[in-house]
Ligand binder design. Sequence first.
Ligand code: PLP
Length: 411
Amino acid sequence: MNRAFEAHVNEVLAEIDQAGLTKTERVLTTPQSGVIGVQRAEGNLLNFCANNYLGLADAPQVVEAAHAGLDAYGFGMASVRFICGTQTPHRELEEKLSAFLGTEDTILCSSCFDANGGVFEALFGPEDAIISDELNHASLIDGIRLCKASRSRYRNADMADLEARLQEASGARFTVIVTDGVFSMDGAYAPLREICDLADQYGALVLVDDSHAVGFVGENGRGTPELFGVADRVDIITGTLGKALGGASGGYVSASSGIVTLLRQRARPYLFSNSVAPTVVAGSLAALEGIEASGEARARLVENTVLFRELMTEAGFDLDPFAGSESAATRPADVPPHPITPVMFPGEDGARTATAIAEHMLAAGVYVIPFSFPVVPRGKARIRVQLSAAHSTGDVRACVAAFAAAREAVG
Ligand SMILES: *Cc1c(COP(=O)(O)O)cnc(C)c1O
């Protein structure tokens, strides 16, 4: 043990703690679902903070398919894909994802973090320019850092600022605009129609990370490109299997067959890391098939989201993360609300209020999580509620009632 280094580590940990930024984990004692058991909490809790949008994380058909995958293909691959780590279900899942997303080909990675970590460096070089929304996911930020292209950021969803960056990048060989399909703290959609218009005007490519949309956003659940009618104008899509698509793990890049073929040659997380385990591939396939076959869960998710927003608005809660800010991000009137619903506690005391309310709700059997600076801007503390198709109407009403009771108690 290096004592000096241990002392340094403890100092850093103390600093994190003093700033009130220590993250603790609550430990679930049950499968991920609409109702969960949590260590050191009384009874079962209603769960309003998972990405289990379609309730597939413990769905019987997904669990059964995973069991069958385990029996048929074993536990693990003990190899990366290109050496001897590809089985028939890996290819089948890639083909199904391509058909679902309307692309030519798809490359599977062990996470979307890896997909985003590998895609830029493999495709772009020092002659190119990458222009990224300031609120993009950490994995996009890191993936872009690993690439030698010049890089710039535009203000969240701000098309004037994006255009200015496009003009600055006019000398680049290729320019790519990079955005999350949905911004996870606000539940806001990226303005993909406008982004694609600017991309056309400046001859740029568009890359969308659709992790918080694939499976449930858009008429057939194909994500934000479908929602905005621009599926044929987005060049590269990345996404996760770890949210709506069963919620286990795995990620992908979906694009033209040329782009995907090049990624199979060059993307480092693909070349140097094991792929998704056979059980997970089999379960994810079942999740995807279920999504294609039925819009029922998707419809229930929209109903729950709309109901929650109505009841919370009636109860006088503030659901607008953009109130009083200069952000250009809003939700277009012609698209349904995203199940990420920020309940805002603005102002100086907001962080404390949000924390107190969340604690009170937890004691009352409703699990929600408060977010404050630096995860969201100062003065914009919130409790981020995530609706799921796994919730019943009664669950949604119970959540609203718990908010109201907690507000009463906290004052
Ligand atoms: C969740 C998320 C990821 C990470 O997905 P993993 O498959 O868990 O690595 C990447 N990008 C976005 C936008 C996400 O929301």
